[in-house]
Design a protein around this ligand. Structure first.
Ligand SMILES: [Zn+2]
Length: 186
């Protein structure tokens, strides 16, 4: 996952900002839309970050926003001097996640999953959400899993839901012994 640490809200010159923003950063009370507008660009994102599917934004060591990335738009900033190295910056376009989405539930409002560092752009692994798009958990919860058929622990949930359809565990055993008897006399 991509992890970006944002600054406190501060004014910028909309004429010079690639996204025409009047300010960047975060302040208490901002809506999710305002946070996104202020902070979805222009970041120096390396090769690794370009494959990530989710971006988390943190302020003051707390995750404030989670975005499912649709695309990264590159802007190349030239200093004016043709000899000078170009600087590729990226703007994240995506869907702001909200309550009920497993990535939001796991991270937003919780402590930042990466250690403090000078570079605002970091990457970290979350095997639950990284990699392939995955497939829906067989328990029917709607979460995605990349490993096996179930989100960890949800196989138990699925079994107990089946038992409950029959009744108690004892009633389930009685029912099971009728529909699928143990091999006789072994
Ligand atoms: Zn599940």
């Amino acid at each position: 996952m991509l992890h970006i640490t944002v600054t406190a809200k501060k004014p910028v010159d909309p004429e010079k900002d690639g996204l025409g923003r009047p300010y960047v950063g975060y302040e208490h009370g901002m809506s999710q839309d305002e946070m996104y507008e202020a902070n979805h660009g222009e970041w120096s994102i390396g090769i690794r970050g370009q494959k990530e599917r989710y971006a988390l934004f943190s302020f003051g060591r707390t995750v404030i926003q989670a975005v499912e990335i649709d695309s990264l738009e590159r802007t190349t900033i030239y200093s004016g001097n043709p000899e000078e190295k170009r600087d590729d910056r990226y703007t994240i376009h995506g869907k702001i996640l909200s309550k009920g989405h497993p990535v939001f539930e796991k991270y937003v409002g919780h402590p930042s999953p990466v250690s403090a560092a000078r570079n605002p752009v970091r990457y970290f692994d979350d095997p639950q959400f990284d990699g392939e798009v995955g497939k829906p958990c067989r328990c029917g919860c709607g979460e995605m899993t990349n490993r096996g058929d179930f989100v960890p622990g949800h196989d138990q949930k699925a079994i107990h839901e089946r038992i409950a359809r029959i009744g108690t565990v004892a009633e389930f055993l009685d029912w099971m012994d009728v529909v699928r008897p143990a091999s006789l006399h072994t």
